[in-house]
Design a protein around this ligand. Sequence first.
Ligand code: SF4
Length: 447
Amino acid sequence: MALTAMDIFKLLPRTNCRDCGQATCLAFAMQIAQKRAKLEDCPHVSEEAMAALGAAAAPPIVLVTIGTGDKKIEVGNETQMFRHDEKFHHPCGVAVRVSDTLDEAALAAKIETVNSLTFVRVGLDIAVDLIAIDNESGDAARFATAAKAAADTCRCAIILMSGSPEAMKAAAEPIKDHRPLLYAATTENVEAMAAVAKELGCPLAVAGDGLEAVAALTEKAKAAGVEQMMIDPGLPDIKTGLHNLTMTRRAALKKQFRPLGYPPIAVVEADDPTDELLLATTYLLKYAGIVVIRGDRPAEILPLLTARMNIYTDPQKPIQVEPKLYAVGEPDENAPVMFTTNFSLTYYSVEGEVEASRVPSYILAVDTEGTSVLTAYSGDKLTEKTVKDALDRSGVEGKVKHRKLIIPGYVAVLSGKIEEATGWEVLVGPKEASFIPKFLQQVWSQQ
Ligand code: SF4
């Protein structure tokens, strides 16, 4: 269980020397209890107290690092059961599983496919993070060759999948500087697999049939000196899988049960691509740190990455674009000028339709703190004043010779006030972005 401020206070020197920046040791203890200060900020704390406090102050779910440099991915260190209670911190990694039975050319093509799985959504880059090399061949040399190819040519972090400690060592040792995740230690091989992970300094995944089995495995691996672990508590069907993943999170956060305080990894097994996607999305939402799938088509990957983007967005901070004037195409002095809000989803919906219209235009993104048109209007963040301020700051007056402003159809009610405040003639545009091309081609062209 987490220590209270008073528990922490009893372990401090209690000299009130202020070297930590706090007025008293008790104030410092309260800061620690609220996770606003670090123990290291007190230079006088004893080693004994450091050990006791350090263990208690450790995050309930370990932060696990896989890969290095540009390929590094961190998972775990989550603190909430539900995103709306605060936010989720480290997005679930998405891994594509690749068999080591592929010949050299097929393997290279597969790695290239994985490399290509990057997308831009609402102005942000989203991509597959990991490649999981599966020792399906059972051959250590073949496994090592595939692992080396992935290390040399894949932009992603690496998971090595094998039940053989010997094959695992053969594949992991030459690429240990890439810090691959070793999957998996099981009841049968945990001592040997933990020894490989410890020797090579790699994170280790343990896989067991249920929570008790996994907890026993993490204890054994930890006793062998492995700190960075992920857990696979078994996903025999969606109901059991969801239950197991939920209970690991609950045990770690609510009970501070350290043997399950590691991010889960979900290796999805399904013959049908749609089933695989549904399972992977379910586990991604609750509460996998990594999901591993075989599907590598954009149609399978993009929905998964989109779900991840949605669940790992901070609910307090909507995704926003910079509030400013954007040029779509090469607009001239006769180009239409329209505004929308700086909520990314709204802005990019409008921008996409303007692009599709092939009418070069200016879009003014009004700062509404990342809210959509109607939300901003009802919250008084989209008013004639905010529109006027945005127009004035944008410099659009010097770019076009007309004074006509297209406004979103949902705020037609603001027409008169905007005309009065800005001096621009208002044209009420469509309510839905999908009607923008028709509006620009048929209505604007008549202006
Ligand atoms: S530095 Fe340590 S001993 Fe000094 S006031 Fe802070 S907590 Fe107390």
